[in-house]
Design a protein around this ligand. Structure first.
Ligand SMILES: C[S@@+](CC[C@H](N)C(=O)[O-])C[C@H]1O[C@@H](n2cnc3c(N)ncnc32)[C@H](O)[C@@H]1O
Length: 194
């Protein structure tokens, strides 16, 4: 997954920060967000840069993340995958992409309530979650105004790269957009990501 990622990376639902650790090993600037304070503390404890924040809350660098990650089934966050992709597409902006892990079962599209059980057998309150297969993700992306631009498999896991649909632009527009992206990336890398 990270072989396709360009920094700055936003890892949505980072948990204990495994992807942050992997990004750091590749010298890719990355920030994680998670709604569980304990997860954020663990990610920070492992040396990652993590914020206690929901993906639907106000975030730094909105529209300027080059890669937004939804790993480990995190396309399920909130139980409305189109709304989540729409939000992540907004965080990535025109120059970025959303990298999503999807399920092997192609047409899988489940939305519902689920619970988690901890090691001591305690069950959480129900929360909204979704599961999306590697073909079904195309329609979900289209509902969000986005499109699947790449699909691949790695060690039995399935991933897609999602972006804004290409539109026809003039050579002058392309040159201007490239210059703006290069400047923005340089600013973000220099000032916003430690
Ligand atoms: C399936 S776990 C994945 C954890 C992590 N990627 C890992 O490597 O273990 C989903 C994570 O998403 C987080 N999460 C749930 N809702 C969220 C939200 N609205 N914004 C950000 N993170 C959220 C959960 O707290 C949990 O850590």
């Amino acid at each position: 997954m990270l072989d396709r990622a360009v920094g700055p990376v936003l890892d949505v639902g980072c948990g204990p920060g495994r992807m942050l650790h992997a990004a750091a090993a590749r010298a890719i600037p990355a920030v994680g967000i998670d709604v569980v304070p304990h997860a954020v503390a663990r990610a920070r404890g492992a040396g990652g840069l993590a914020l206690h924040r929901s993906v639907f809350a106000r975030l730094p660098l909105e529209g300027r993340w080059r890669s937004v990650l939804l790993m480990d089934g995190n396309i399920g966050i909130g139980g409305d995958p189109s709304a989540l992709l729409h939000r992540c597409g907004g965080l990535a902006g025109d120059g970025g992409t959303v990298l999503v892990e999807v399920e092997a079962d192609p047409g899988l599209a489940i939305i519902g309530d689920c619970t988690v059980v901890d090691g001591a057998g305690r069950e959480s309150a129900p929360f909204a979650w979704a599961r999306v297969g590697r073909s079904a993700i195309r329609e979900v992306a289209a509902d969000a105004g986005l499109t699947v631009v790449e699909q691949w498999e790695s060690v039995g896991r399935h991933f897609v790269r999602i972006a804004r649909p290409l539109r026809t632009t003039s050579a002058r527009e392309r040159t201007r957009a490239f210059a703006a992206t290069a400047t923005t990336t340089a600013q973000i890398t220099a000032s916003a990501i430690p």
